[in-house]
Design a binder for this molecule. Structure first.
Ligand code: EPS
Length: 377
């Protein structure tokens, strides 16, 4: 099983991504990781922090000469802002002055304080910050090399910011030219305007993005256990992105109002088997069906508002305005890049799980190959 975790604080030394379980012998394209990291930093609506950071991956273990060793991979994305925070984030001795006591509604501040019994909300904020998603994108960027080797590609684009929606198809060049990663220039301008309006009001705005994976063969995932289902893996990975409130696969919530004859993708007697439609979003019964995997994610508006929401002071319970430090106004474009990364992590896990030994014949072949290899040494 592929294992993926992150570590690190928003204003600490850096964000770290740990991947274990990838096969040896994979050629990793360094530039693909850095390209994804820098794409995550862009997007209209970001705040001042992104002017400080210049995210690049630093591989600390598991890769030699550009090739995976089969050993655990540890990657770092160093925080440039750490130099402004060193005395407040030191592991052994901290200087007072950066404590926070007024929780932001919608943020992890209060619930996180309840979880670990923190009194200084700084201890929650530092880890719950979406800065952590840099580690997810580093891992996704590495897995892009893995998936490309297997002819699988992932892409994402923004389909909605506030009331402004885009229903058209994907075009990589158009998306990359868009400040909000929406592949249409007129909609991009309308989305920028929507962001400007809420920013001027000291408010924030959410939206939606789509993630599509092409080239995934049929038969990945499983219907035999709940936690091996491809829809479980994909939706859990996407739902775990900070701010995501809904994940829909294929037709998603629209299935509720339609009869079965308009929902299910009829089979045609051709090989390879293509459907006339892809309402199922590339999976049936928890298993990929050979069609593109299509997922839509909804992101809530960022909870850090310049105008501040009603809150209270944790120390004495008195009414207070929620804390405001510099923040983003809209992070939907950045989240779409994180979505792509999380979808790649989910599908890589499912692939490694499903392709290990689906039946006795393939297990016998794998063991015979291993025996022959062992004897040849
Ligand atoms: C975040 C607050 C802001 C964002 C941050 C997420 O950071 P800061 O408090 O340093 O201004 O910029 O996102 C990132 C740093 C990032 O890399 O995405 C928060 O509170 O969640």
């Amino acid at each position: 099983m592929l294992i993926f975790y992150t570590a690190g604080e928003s204003h600490g030394r850096g964000i770290f991504a740990f991947l274990d379980g990838l096969p040896a012998g994979l050629t990793v394209e360094h530039a693909l990781i850095d390209a994804d990291l820098s794409r995550r930093q862009k997007g209209y609506g970001r705040g001042g922090r992104m002017a400080i950071e210049q995210d690049r991956v630093d591989v600390l273990s598991g890769i030699r000469g550009g090739i995976t060793l089969g050993s655990p991979i540890l990657m770092a994305v160093w925080n440039r802002d750490f130099e402004n925070w060193e005395e407040y984030m030191d592991p052994w001795k901290i200087v007072p002055g950066r404590e926070l006591f007024t929780p932001r509604p919608g943020h992890a501040d209060l619930a996180g304080a309840a979880r670990f019994r923190h009194t200084d909300l700084r201890n929650v904020l530092e880890r719950s910050s979406a800065r952590e998603t840099a580690g997810r994108v580093a891992a996704g960027g590495l897995l892009r090399s893995f998936l490309r080797c297997l002819d699988i590609e992932a892409c994402s684009w923004v389909t909605r910011i506030g009331e402004v929606a885009f229903e058209g198809g994907f075009d990589r060049q158009e998306r990359d030219a868009s400040s909000v990663f929406c592949p249409d220039s007129a909609t991009t301008s309308a989305m920028e305007e929507a962001i400007d309006t809420v920013r001027d009001q000291g408010d924030t705005i959410g939206g939606e993005f789509k993630v599509v994976l092409t080239g995934l063969p049929a038969g990945i995932g499983s219907y035999t256990q709940w936690d091996q289902r491809l829809d479980t893996l994909v939706s859990a990975h996407l739902m775990s992105i900070p701010g995501i409130k809904a994940v829909q696969i294929g037709l998603g919530v629209d299935c509720a109002g339609l009869p079965g004859s308009q929902v299910h993708d009829e089979l045609v007697p051709s090989v390879p088997r293509r459907r006339k439609s892809n309402n199922a979003g590339g999976m049936e019964g928890g298993v990929s069906n050979g069609e593109p995997v299509v997922v839509t994610c909804t992101m809530k508006p960022i909870p850090t508002l310049r105008k501040g929401l009603a809150s209270f002071d944790l120390r004495d319970g008195s009414p207070a305005q929620a804390q405001y430090e510099r923040s983003d106004c809209c992070a939907v474009p950045a989240a779409s890049v994180v979505g792509e990364a999380m979808a790649m992590i989910a599908v890589s896990k499912a692939l490694l799980l499903s392709c290990l030994a689906p039946d006795m014949e393939s297990l016998k072949q794998a063991v015979a190959a291993q025996r022959a290899y062992g004897e040849s040494l």
